[in-house]
Design a protein around this ligand. Structure first.
Ligand SMILES: [Zn+2]
Length: 142
């Protein structure tokens, strides 16, 4: 339901008739009722689409996820590490449940370099390439 409907008055017969104050319907003259009484109550549903960030943005260590947010209005790019709560992954994106506001600039590449600079621990083993097995030596054919 639209948040704009909250606290308004509406005709039960004509949902298009919505007013800010109690009154009667312009079409049928029926007394308006509160939008809440018709189930137009907005409870906890988010108004906007969920905030998402690319999967490459967060640095996930155990149960924590950290993203780097570019601070606005700085002469030189300045970043702030921030812990966020991620929701489920949707394709190439994570839904952000909390920790970020819409419109903030998140670093999506090179965050490992920043991470090193800030000396937040990241296991080197996560970054090391997979050890490749040496090819098996076959039998010598004479
Ligand atoms: Zn009406």
């Amino acid at each position: 339901m639209d948040e704009a409907m909250a606290g308004k008055w509406i005709c039960p017969m004509h949902p298009g008739v919505v007013k800010d104050e109690v009154g009667s319907c312009d079409i049928c003259g029926m007394d308006l009722v509160t939008t809440e009484s018709l189930g137009y109550v907005k409870v906890d549903a988010p108004k906007e689409a969920p905030l998402v960030i690319p999967v490459s943005a967060p640095l996930i260590t155990g149960a924590r996820a950290v993203v780097y947010v570019q601070l606005p209005e700085r002469e030189t790019p300045t970043y702030e590490g921030r812990e966020v709560v991620l929701g489920p992954r949707a394709g190439d994106y994570y839904i952000v449940k909390s920790g970020l506001d819409e419109g903030e600039v998140v670093v999506t590449s090179g965050n490992f370099k920043i991470d090193s600079a800030l000396q937040i621990r990241a296991r080197p083993s996560m970054m090391s390439p997979k050890a490749e097995k040496a090819p098996m030596r076959g039998h010598h054919n004479h």
